[in-house]
Design a binder for this molecule. Sequence first.
Ligand code: MN
Length: 180
Amino acid sequence: MEDSLKEYKEKRNPKKTPEPMGGKSSRKPIFVVQKHDASHLHYDFRLEIGNVLKSWAVPKGPSLNPKDRRLAVMTEDHPLDYANFEGVITEGYGAGTVMIWDKGSVVAEEPMEEGLKKGKLSFKLNGKKLKGGWSLIQMRGGRNWLLAKRGDEYASNRDILAEEPNSAVSGKSMEKIASG
Ligand code: MN
């Protein structure tokens, strides 16, 4: 692949001056879980992979109990800045209230791009509500995946959806967001 930073690099000598020379971004990839009160209430689970948010709709939402495998239906990729969206979609596709239920960084335990092809993603979340190891496993090559917590110190029987129903960024309830 052609290095589009060739000219930048040729003009600089990292042994002599301190500018960045195109290493990895220091920003960690993010994840977001958006609670979405559309025709049915569901949770949209999104992981930054490549330059987009790979997205799954999780009808029952994530569970901290590793015994629970939650259906996660892959949906279309969303742009990265969608992770900042909390508000009301007034009409059309997905009309309804969207809350940033949780958000944070994600660390891949195996390369994510490869995992998408293989149908198996393993990662650690560092959100306000969701933490530790999680996995997403594809069922028979289709759009249906299963989201599950892995057994670690963050696994529990707590009903996180009921205990912490409000926004991770604004603290607002769905009703509050809906009323503007
Ligand atoms: Mn949705």
